[in-house]
Design a protein around this ligand. Structure first.
Ligand SMILES: *Cc1c(COP(=O)(O)O)cnc(C)c1O
Length: 425
């Protein structure tokens, strides 16, 4: 009943689908990939285990000679359907989903790196990724943090043992944009794994394969899920990196086609051995959320631009950081690479305003740490998500004590503007 392609997440079955547009492909992927009862949504499969009438088939599945499910920690049909959607959105060759975005990043680093390796990372990083990279130093992996807005800083940091370069598209909270094209060229020349965290842009605004990324990270929790009701993360292999030249591929996977070696190692050493698996219910929520990604994000970007422009001209706001503003240092880069400027912006409040009083005066904007929700969320980052990293590192990232980050949602813009009016008054 199943062909191998429909049940192995690593094989991108959906490449065989007609090349429809982004939304059409997403909406119809479950229907085309699920023969069960003609369902339009992949069912939520809760079974942990799978039974085989012929025990030889079970053995073949374990040996990778037959496609099939063996145990829920590694593979689940509902999760596979979501992985296929992500692969399709990112135009990759295969994806692995995890319980959270952090699980995806941590499991990938664990799967691909070993003691004595070196990675170069953007210094402008999601706080927990920053924390993770400091933790992996304890395991004997060297990490150099550099300003990734210019590829030459990355280049200067490369060593003989550098294996991987990690950047985010639009960094949070000050919205620096990595020198994505030039870093891609550099990684290609030096044969380095180029890992791009696409969470802030999502595959609607940008697909990192267009700048030569090897691996793409998405926190599915954010824009792809979009409703703040499920956690999830993913890694997508774009098919652009030649894993035959990567020294850390385990002997067990060297026999595979080189294009499959990296993603297989992430699936086995990362997902299977660490076990940060995405549950089927969460996968279903995220898949439904992904159907409206372009509609939601277009609206959120438009709202963000209006609010950022409003703040920029307001006397009580000292600085406004948004890639859609003409004076943003990487405005032209954003315009060239991304379909829109994103839905995150930050402001430094004038010193006369207390950031907590400001937030407490708002009705529709919620004080909250998430981002990528349909609702507009705001957070005083120095006192919360970047508190643990200390004043010095915060200063190096351009994070002041009076900086507030907004993750703009899809509310009616007049209601949001009214909140800003009131809180700044
Ligand atoms: C939120 C986020 C993550 C981590 O995702 P979780 O799903 O919360 O674990 C990673 N990178 C970026 C850029 C994020 O915004």
């Amino acid at each position: 009943m199943y062909n191998s392609a429909s049940i192995d997440p690593v094989i991108a079955t959906l490449h065989t689908m007609p090349k429809n547009g982004f939304i059409t492909r997403n909406l119809h992927s479950d229907r085309r990939d699920s023969p069960e009862h003609g369902v339009l949504h992949k069912a939520i499969h809760t079974s942990v285990a799978y039974g085989y009438a012929d025990s030889r088939e079970l053995a073949e599945v374990f040996q990778g000679r037959r496609a099939g499910y063996n145990y829920g920690r590694q593979l689940n049909p509902t999760v596979t359907a979501l992985q296929n959607k992500v692969t399709q959105m990112e135009d990759g060759i295969g994806s692995v989903a995890f319980a959270t975005g952090m699980a995806a990043i941590a499991s990938t680093m664990f799967a691909l790196l070993k003691e004595g390796d070196h990675i170069v990372s953007s210094a402008f990083l999601f706080g927990n990724t920053n924390s993770l990279f400091n933790t992996i130093k304890r395991l004997g992996v060297e990490v150099t943090f550099v300003d990734a807005t210019q590829a030459r800083f990355i280049e200067n940091a490369l060593q003989d043992n550098t294996r991987l370069v990690f950047v985010e598209t639009i960094a949070n909270p000050v919205t620096q944009i990595a020198d994505l094209v030039a870093i891609g060229q550099l990684c290609s020349v030096r044969n380095l794994v180029y890992c791009v965290d696409n969470t802030m842009t999502s595959p609607h605004l940008f697909t990192p394969n267009t700048v030569g990324a090897s691996l793409v990270v998405n926190s599915l929790t954010k824009y792809i899920g979009g409703h703040g009701n499920a956690l999830g993360g993913s890694i997508t292999d774009t098919g652009l990196y030649d894993w035959a030249g990567f020294p850390n591929i385990d002997e067990s996977y060297r026999g595979l086609d080189p294009s499959q070696q990296g993603i297989t190692q992430i699936k086995k050493k990362g997902l299977r051995d660490i076990g940060a698996s995405l549950g089927p219910e969460a996968a279903h929520h995220l898949a439904v959320g992904s159907e409206t990604l372009p509609l939601r994000l277009d609206r959120a970007c438009a709202n963000a631009k209006t609010l950022a422009e409003y703040c920029q001209q307001h006397p009580k706001v000292a600085n406004t950081y948004y890639p859609g503003l003409d004076n943003h240092p990487q405005h032209d880069r954003a315009k060239q690479l991304f379909k829109n400027f994103g839905a995150i912006f930050s402001i430094d409040l004038d010193a006369t305003i207390d950031c907590f009083d400001f937030l407490n005066a708002m009705d529709n904007v919620i004080a909250s740490s998430n981002l990528g929700d349909n609702r507009t969320l705001a957070i005083p980052v120095a006192h919360t998500i970047y508190y643990e990293m200390g004043a010095e590192r915060r200063a190096s990232m351009g994070i002041s004590d009076n900086l507030i980050r907004f993750s703009v949602g899809i509310e009616d813009i007049d209601d949001l503007l009214a909140d800003f009016d009131k809180a700044l008054a």
